[in-house]
Design a protein around this ligand. Structure first.
Ligand SMILES: [Zn+2]
Length: 489
């Protein structure tokens, strides 16, 4: 039944190169399918309170969604994006219901189970009505479009969140895609239209859960789920879109997600180099080995900042990424991903977190924990037997999913007392530097490729020469000035 219904939904839309929640398989559909994810954005939060359920704590919401809360929504997205994405959230007047707005016959306790198709129409009516009520209360939506695909207002609202106190699970809902009813502007179907702006999708969280909202909002930005909906295992650790349990220790996005959002400082590896990788939270650094759809990403993760507090230790997070796993740019394909998620196969997901201890506990439905990040003395090397990781070959390697050796080497890791991490990286000696995510702007191109990043400080003789020369030069200038002063005196 569910599958038939979904097949119908997939078939009604014309096939076009645009899709919700596709992890940037398509980059150009900001507006109709994605909220802007770079620059300033005006985002709206509408609280929906139903009598008889725990009331909404508006003061707590106001704090969590203010730019001042060091552990809140705004600071989270600003930190994760290196300040490249700066949402500002306005709390709309509360929408109140004396009783559950869903049909009592179908929803006697007002609880909506995840994936309940019966909730579809009723849920959409509730979303439409929340916007209508907010508009009728005199609220002006026109201020909520300052950004768009080109970084300027584009006629689409920058982002809308609905937070309710009923047991309505978290969901990001592409309303425009499914809408066959009223658009609030005298028309039928497509996005809602209010105060001259289009509103195509909502991030929704129930039970007053603001942490769930941080995740759901990620969907509006274009991200797909990276946990395992099928329940075989938890899915991707170390990611706001992955197996995070919505506790106050919000994890940063994984390196692939930051890379695709253009929120990282991307270093592409060509040839052999020893590099120092600084914490992702403060520098956004990520190192990419390989080009095309299958590659490895390396970043420095650990506790110490406002986010990632739940991590047990600091180390290198290494991901094996395969963009051919269930990603696609056809209109409506996101529905297939909801049924069969990109990270559902633990032995060949879209994003696989390599675990230093080689125990494959994540794949075997145990927990990410101590020993999984790569620490001092650890490495990831090729497997000369030309075998990929699988349930019958639990052996860490940089081999591709085909089993072929990739030519990548991640070796001799050293975690330094200041939290930075040294590592030897090796990738093919040619042809690695040409790829771009986009034509222009931050995060579109690697900031280094082939040559090692510039050394900081002067810990080696190699780095000491130029520094000494500079000191001598400064010394000379200082003397000259002193002499000048003396002469003038
Ligand atoms: Zn989700």
């Amino acid at each position: 039944m569910l599958r038939l219904f979904v097949a119908f939904l997939v078939c009604v839309g014309p096939l076009a190169r645009a899709d919700y929640m596709d992890h940037f398989f398509i980059r150009e559909d900001v507006g109709n399918h994605k909220a802007p994810y770079l620059g300033d954005a005006q985002v709206l939060l509408i609280p929906i309170e139903v009598a008889g359920f725990p009331p909404i704590d508006e003061a707590a919401l106001r704090t969590f969604f203010s730019p001042e809360d060091p552990n809140g929504f705004v600071k989270y997205y600003e930190t994760a994006s290196l300040g490249r994405y700066r949402p500002r959230v306005t709390l709309a007047p509360k929408v109140s219901y004396a009783s559950c707005p869903l049909p009592a016959a179908q929803f006697p306790t007002c609880a909506v189970a995840r994936g309940d198709i019966n909730a579809f129409t009723a849920g959409m009516d509730m979303m439409r009505e929340a916007v209508k009520k907010t508009d009728e209360a005199g609220f002006d939506f026109s201020a909520f479009d300052v950004n768009g695909r080109r970084g300027t207002a584009d006629g689409w609202i920058d982002g809308v969140m609905l937070l309710t106190n009923v047991p309505f699970g978290g969901i990001a809902f592409p309303f425009a895609y499914f809408n066959r009813g009223d658009n609030l502007a005298g028309g039928t179907g497509g996005p809602l239209q209010v105060d001259g702006l289009k509103l195509g999708h909502f991030a929704i969280a129930g039970e007053n859960d603001r942490f769930v909202m941080v995740h759901e909002f990620g969907h509006l930005l274009g991200l797909t789920d990276l946990y395992d909906e099928s329940g075989t295992y938890d899915g991707l650790a170390l990611s706001v879109m992955g197996s995070w349990g919505y506790d106050p220790n919000i994890p940063l996005p994984d390196a692939e997600t930051r890379f695709r959002l253009r929120w990282g400082n991307w270093h592409q590896v060509q040839g052999r180099q020893r590099v120092t990788i600084h914490p992702a939270e403060t520098t956004g650094e990520l190192y990419r080995l390989g080009v095309g759809d299958e590659y490895f990403l390396v970043e420095n993760r650990g506790p110490g900042g406002a986010f990632d507090r739940g991590l047990p230790e600091r180390g290198l997070a290494i991901y094996h990424v395969d963009r051919t796993v269930k990603l696609g740019g056809n209109e409506g394909q996101f529905v297939e991903r909801i049924l069969d998620c990109v990270n559902c196969d633990p032995w060949h997901p879209y994003i696989s977190l390599q675990q230093a201890d080689g125990a494959f506990e994540i794949e075997r439905n145990r927990r990410f924990g101590r020993g999984d990040l790569f620490g001092t003395g650890e490495f990831l090397r090729p497997d000369p037997r030309n075998l990929a990781v699988s349930a019958t070959n639990m052996a860490n390697s940089t081999n591709l999913w085909s089993g072929a050796q990739s030519g990548f080497l991640i070796d001799d890791v050293r975690v330094l007392p200041d939290g930075s991490i040294e590592v030897m990286l090796d990738a093919p000696a040619t042809g690695q530097c040409e790829e771009r995510l986009c034509a222009e702007g931050e995060g579109c191109a690697p900031i280094t490729c082939a040559e090692a990043p510039k050394r900081e400080g002067c810990s080696t003789g190699e780095g000491l020469g130029p520094a000494l020369a500079l000191l001598l030069l400064l010394e000379q200038r200082f003397r000259r000035r002193e002499q000048g002063v003396l002469r003038g005196a």
